[in-house]
Design a protein around this ligand. Structure first.
Ligand code: COS
Length: 386
């Protein structure tokens, strides 16, 4: 299929695909087994300018958007969905600054991220506020020229390895989600510490920790937008980042599919390669169809967003639902094609199935996405489409 990528986008795709195959794939199993953070890969991605992609030229970036982020994330995830998150999780962490930050904040924080000197993370979720993001309890109290943060953020991608975090906290708890505000918190700020590194089922190359705020004082100028806008900042951020998560799921599905096709060609049973059996052929045909339709939705949504499209919550949610569910189905079928070998850790395919699962859960569960889609359908009416 031709997604009418520009010449630059095609070059980026070819580069990311090559890097994924030659550099990421050989170390994927190591990071999966050890859970060691892939600093070597981060260094390489920085040298290749991958952290610049969705940052404006004015701040050291390459002026790309959701399309470029999706291209890189898809390609890297074909080799390892966890390692790809160093880039995708950083994009999520800086989106609040890109979308709602002021000029001063963009100049101050984005160039170091663009240069790959600092990773970023996004802190919304709390132990008691997952799907119900409006139920956060972390407090931010203004004292003079500082905000003092107290509370905990949970399951934070790039936790403990990022140089800065965008965090949502309540400045006025009496107003619920309308009393939330978004802040930039730098690593090393007194009062910010990290919980234990989570021992996860999949995406084990990615670091996930708690962020713990204990009288953590940050400069008042680190407030993103105005007080009370934090929930909206978070929702706008998620609208923009969900196609990227979908691209991660898509890459994971494609990676598992490629392995399954190769294995089906090689594996001999009943005196012939199993790809000659219709049962296997139909599985592969369904997998390929699901992957391609997911790719079509992601890249058309990304293009719509990058071309200045307004209100794309529904389309972003659709990308996330479709891609997460397809990744789970395709990776499970890939394990099935490998049979007993697929269940063994000696073979790479089971990792794709473990990595796929999170894409139905994080950045809003697929149940929440269906809720977002349904709300928009109710609001817009049955037949309206963009
Ligand atoms: N863009 C802009 N504004 C939005 C918005 C969006 N996509 N979605 C909601 N808002 C606004 C609403 O318009 C409303 O504004 P007003 O208070 O001015 O009316 C406000 O935000 C609250 O919206 P709503 O009432 O719909 O919020 P809910 O508490 O019902 O929550 C869901 C809505 C469930 C969609 C939200 O909590 C959510 O996305 N949860 C999942 C969170 C998530 O993805 N977590 C993953 C961790 S972050 S990696």
């Amino acid at each position: 299929m031709d997604y009418f990528l520009t010449e630059e986008q095609q070059e980026l795709q070819n580069l990311a695909r090559k890097v994924a195959k030659e550099k990421v794939a050989p170390v994927a199993a190591h990071h999966d087994q050890t859970g060691e953070f892939p600093w070597d890969m981060v260094k390489l991605f920085a040298e290749l300018d991958f952290f610049r992609i969705c940052i404006d030229f004015d701040y050291g970036g390459m002026g790309g958007g959701v399309t470029e982020l999706s291209i890189i994330t898809e390609e890297l995830s074909r080799a390892c969905g966890g390692i790809a998150l160093a880039v995708a999780g950083t994009a999520l962490g800086i989106f609040p600054i890109i979308i709602c930050g002021n000029e001063e904040q963009k100049k101050r924080f984005l160039p170091e991220v663009a240069d790959g000197k600092k990773l970023a993370g996004f802190g919304l979720t709390e132990p008691e506020a997952g799907s119900d993001a409006g139920a956060i309890k972390t407090r931010a109290i203004r004292k003079g020229d500082k905000y003092i943060l107290n509370g905990k953020k949970h399951f934070i991608t790039n936790g403990g390895v990022a140089g800065l975090y965008t965090v949502v906290a309540l400045t006025d708890p009496s107003k619920g989600s309308r009393g939330a505000s978004a802040f930039i918190v730098e690593d090393g700020t007194k009062g910010l510490s990290y919980g234990k590194k989570e021992d996860k089922m999949g995406i084990r190359a990615s670091a996930t920790t708690e962020l713990i705020f204990e009288d953590c004082a940050i400069p008042a100028e680190n407030l993103i937008g105005r007080e009370g806008q934090g929930f909206i900042v978070a929702m706008k951020t998620l609208d923009k980042s969900r196609p990227g998560v979908a691209a991660q799921a898509l890459g994971i599905a494609q990676g598992a599919f490629d392995l399954a096709v190769n294995y089906a060609r090689e594996r001999q049973q009943f005196g012939q390669s199993i790809i000659s059996f219709q049962a296997i052929q139909h599985m592969l045909a369904d997998m390929a169809t699901q992957i391609e339709s997911t790719r079509a939705l992601i890249y058309s949504t990304a293009k719509y967003i990058d071309s200045g499209g307004k209100d794309f919550s529904k389309e972003s949610a659709m990308c996330k639902v479709l891609a997460g569910d397809v990744a789970m189905k395709v990776t499970t079928d890939a394990v099935q094609i490998f049979g007993g070998y697929g269940y063994m850790r000696d073979y790479p395919v089971e990792k794709f199935m473990r990595d796929a699962k999170i894409t139905q859960i994080y950045e809003g569960t697929n149940q929440i996405q269906r809720g977002v889609i349904a709300q928009r359908i109710i609001r817009e009416g049955a037949s309206k489409s963009k």
